[in-house]
Design a protein around this ligand. Structure first.
Ligand code: PEP
Ligand code: MN
Length: 338
C-alpha cells in the first residue's frame, strides 16, 4: 500500500501513520521528496480496510499497489530518484550522465588515459571491471583488487566516481573502499542473495537487465535491493537475446520509456553491450538519450582493437569525444543537458 501524506503534514502526523501501519504488520518504507512524504507499506495488506488510514490526520490519499514490485514503482517517489555521488555528480536529474571506461581495467597507463578523456569530455563517471564475468573460463578474468586500486587513483586524479562490477557477496567488502557504485551484471540480475546483500548496504547499485529478462523481472530484482532499505538503485538496459544475429544483443530502446513510466529509479542505457559493434554504438547512444535515458554507460579504450575484452564494441577515445559532442545536441532537443 501507498500512503501519500499532505504537503503540510507534520512529523507527528507522519509518525502516527507509520505506527498505525506497523500495527497491522506491514514493513514501512519512507521517502520524503520536495513536495510530500510517501509511506510504502510492504506485507500483508490484502484484506486490509484502507479507509482506516485515509482518515488519519495529515493523510492525502491511500491506495493499494497492484504491481508485484512495491518500492520500485513510480508511486513511491513520483518525482523520480536522483542519486548523488561523492564527487558531486548526479544521476536521475535534468542532466544526462556519462559513464565511460574500459570493459576491463588492464593497467595504469590505460586507465589514466581513459579517466583523463572522460573528464575532458565532461563525464562524471569512470567504469571498468576488475572482476569480469567472462563467457569462457579461459578468457581474462580481471585484475581484481589491484585493478581497483589503480582505478581509484585515476578516478580521484580526475574527480570521477567509479562504477565497477561485483560478482559475488564475498567481493562486496573488499570492493567497498574503491567503488562509488556497484554494477550487477546481466548474468547476475537474478542472483537474489547478492541483491539482498547489496540492499543491506548504502552504496548505489547499477543493476543490468538479464539477457532474457522481462522489465517486470528487472524491477522485481531491483526490489530485492530496495526492500533492504537501499533506495539508490539504477536500472540498465543493455540489450537482450533475440533471434537477430546482426548485432551481439538487441538493444531494447522501448525499454527506456517503459521503465521511466513504471519506476522512479534512474534509467541507464548501455549501447556498447546493446549492440556489440563499435560502428553501431553512436546511433544507439543517441537513440537512448532521445528516448529519455538518465545516463549512458559506454566502453572506451585508447587502443580499442587491442582491448583484452569486448574490443569490437569499444570506442576509440576520439570517437567517444565526438559522440559526446553530438549527444549534447540530442539532449538539448529533448529538454535535457549532458
Ligand atoms: C560489462 O559491463 O562489461 C558487462 C560484463 O556487462 P553485462 O553484464 O551487461 O554483460
Ligand atoms: Mn564489457
Amino acid at each position: 500500500m501507498i500512503v501519500a501524506m499532505q504537503e503540510k503534514a507534520t512529523e507527528e502526523q507522519i509518525y502516527a501513520v507509520i505506527v498505525a501501519m506497523e500495527e497491522v504488520g506491514v514493513d514501512v518504507h519512507r521517502t520524503t521528496g520536495t513536495m510530500q512524504t510517501i509511506l510504502a507499506g510492504v506485507g500483508p495488506t490484502a484484506g486490509l480496510d484502507l479507509t482506516k488510514f485515509e482518515m488519519l490526520p495529515g493523510v492525502l490519499h491511500v491506495h493499494r499497489i497492484s504491481a508485484p514490485y512495491k518500492l520500485a514503482g513510480r508511486a513511491f517517489r513520483p518525482e523520480g530518484t536522483v542519486i548523488e555521488f561523492p564527487n558531486g555528480a548526479k544521476i536521475g536529474g535534468q542532466q544526462v550522465a556519462v559513464i565511460a571506461g574500459p570493459c576491463a581495467v588492464e593497467d595504469r597507463e590505460q586507465i589514466f588515459a581513459i579517466a583523463q578523456c572522460v573528464k575532458a569530455a565532461g563525464g562524471g563517471f569512470l567504469r571498468g571491471g576488475a572482476f569480469k564475468p567472462r563467457s569462457s573460463p579461459y578468457s581474462f578474468q580481471g585484475l581484481g583488487i589491484p585493478g581497483l586500486e589503480v582505478m581509484r587513483e585515476a578516478a580521484d586524479t580526475n574527480g570521477l566516481a567509479i562504477v565497477s562490477e561485483v560478482m559475488e557477496i564475498g567481493q562486496i567488502k573488499e570492493m567497498l573502499p574503491y567503488v562509488d557504485c556497484f554494477q550487477v551484471g546481466a548474468r547476475n540480475m537474478q542472483n537474489f542473495n547478492l541483491l539482498r546483500e547489496l540492499g543491506q548496504g548504502r552504496k548505489p547499485v547499477l543493476l543490468k537487465r538479464g539477457i532474457a529478462a522481462t522489465l517486470e523481472e528487472l524491477l522485481l530484482s531491483s526490489e530485492y535491493i530496495l526492500s533492504g532499505g537501499n533506495y539508490e538503485v539504477l536500472v540498465c538496459e543493455r540489450g537482450i537475446r533475440t533471434y537477430e544475429t546482426a548485432t551481439r544483443n538487441t538493444m531494447d530502446i522501448a525499454a527506456i520509456p517503459v521503465l521511466k513510466k513504471l519506476t522512479h529509479l534512474p534509467v541507464v542505457a548501455d549501447p556498447s553491450h546493446g549492440t556489440g559493434r563499435r560502428d553501431m554504438v553512436p546511433a544507439m547512444a543517441k537513440a537512448a538519450v532521445a528516448a529519455g535515458a538518465d545516463a549512458l554507460i559506454m566502453e572506451i579504450h585508447p587502443n580499442a582493437d587491442k582491448a583484452v575484452s569486448d574490443a569490437v564494441q569499444t570506442l576509440y577515445l576520439d570517437q567517444f569525444e565526438k559522440l559526446v559532442a553530438e549527444l549534447r545536441v540530442i539532449a538539448q532537443a529533448v529538454g535535457r543537458t549532458l
